[in-house]
Design a protein around this ligand. Structure first.
Ligand code: AHM
Ligand code: MG
Length: 359
């Protein structure tokens, strides 16, 4: 076939142009060697010849729960999952609210995975102890659906989890240093899982066509400094002086020619932290005069995020010299102030506290 034949065959011409542009972009037409999360976890397990596979099984159970929550979030408007718990739908059936449903999904998937002896959920007042015949060796803490005040506005929400290795007979609670893997799922414009395991943090994106999370960014490293601060500024009058000084400096830089920081605050921790993770900067939920321990919970909100951020080269602090991950919890729903993000940005707010000499 010569060029003359092609000109009269528009379909062939289109195919040729498509294949040339794909080749030029270096894109295969279909990836036949996808690194799915399931495959990735098997690979991680193989790095440790003595591993029993229990952590892999646990993470796969979590993956199933997250896929199901993602599906429910995407359909929430249509299936009437919004609104109050225990309302009745048009068919006269009980309708579960999205956060209640997400909690049940997490609990059921994890309970039957035979990998955990205790579960701590934001939604449950008490820890859930697993019967001996189903118990495994890990303690898991999770917030099945964080940012629930954003659900009805279709703003991004997420799930957060941390897996702790801790003596099942111990009467105390583990610090974040006992975490073996942690991460979050963001139900945003795409569903994303960020998982920190074996000293690295990786990002996976749900491909709805095959229903699998696919590795999109291995070994993520955070910028040492960003140009965004994230905090609820409505509480300005209730902040301590160091916070007021720091945010003022971000708005009115002291050095000539230095640009002010941008301010971003979704009010959904997973969304705010995912952005901080990707672009750098700082997320803060400080103490206020009304709430001396801030709002966010240590075991299933701050610790997992701190673990992920530290594995990516960032930092998470409560106060000068006090890392989030070092706190010894005394209560499963304990709250803590948090300053988390790029190392230099977190150090800068800690310096403001140091300058005032007290915390
Ligand atoms: P929730 O667990 O009740 O959803 O509350 C946690 C959320 C976080 O996602 C977010 O960072 C924070 O609450 C926002 O709180 P505020 O409205 O006080 O800024
Ligand atoms: Mg929460």
């Amino acid at each position: 076939m010569d060029n003359g034949d092609l000109a009269t065959e528009p379909k062939l011409l289109r195919l040729l142009v498509n294949s040339i542009s794909l080749k030029m972009a270096g894109q295969p037409t279909f990836d036949t060697n996808l690194m799915t999360l399931t495959r990735f976890l098997i690979g991680e397990q193989r790095k440790y010849p003595t591993a029993t596979g229990e952590l892999t099984t646990l993470l796969n159970a979590l993956q199933t729960a997250i896929k199901s929550v993602s599906s429910a979030v995407r359909k929430a408007g249509m299936t009437n999952l919004f609104g109050l718990a225990s309302t009745v739908n048009v068919q006269g059936e009980e309708v579960k609210r999205l956060d209640v449903l997400s909690n049940e999904l997490f609990i059921n998937m994890l309970k039957e995975s035979f990998t955990t002896y205790k579960m701590i959920s934001e939604e449950n007042e008490h820890a859930i102890e697993i019967d001996d015949d189903k118990a495994g060796k890990y303690l898991i803490a999770f917030d099945p659906l964080d940012g629930s005040s954003n659900i009805e506005a279709s703003v991004s929400i997420g799930s957060i989890f941390a897996i702790y290795r801790h003596d099942p007979k111990a009467t105390d609670l583990p610090s974040g240093r006992a975490i073996v893997a942690a991460g979050y799922a963001l139900y945003g414009s795409a569903t994303v899982i960020v998982l920190a395991i074996n000293n690295n943090a990786h990002c996976f994106m749900l491909d709805p066509a095959i229903g699998e999370f696919v590795l999109t960014e291995p070994n993520i490293k955070m910028k040492p400094r960003g140009s965004i601060y994230s905090v609820n500024e409505g509480y300005h009058s209730k902040w301590d002086q160091a916070m007021k000084n720091y945010v003022h400096k971000k708005k009115y830089p002291e050095k000539e020619g230095q640009k002010p920081y941008s301010s971003r605050y979704v009010g959904s921790m997973v969304a705010d932290l995912h952005r901080t993770f990707k672009y750098g900067g700082i997320f803060m939920y400080p103490r206020t005069s009304d709430a001396p321990n801030g709002k966010l919970r240590l075991l299933y909100e701050c610790n997992p995020m701190a673990f992920v951020v530290e594995k990516a080269g960032g930092k998470a602090m409560v106060a000068p010299g006090q890392s989030i991950l070092d706190i010894k919890p005394t209560n499963i729903h304990q709250r803590t102030p948090i300053f988390i993000g790029s190392v230099d940005d977190v150090d800068e707010i800690m310096d403001e506290y140091n300058k005032l000499g007290t915390y």
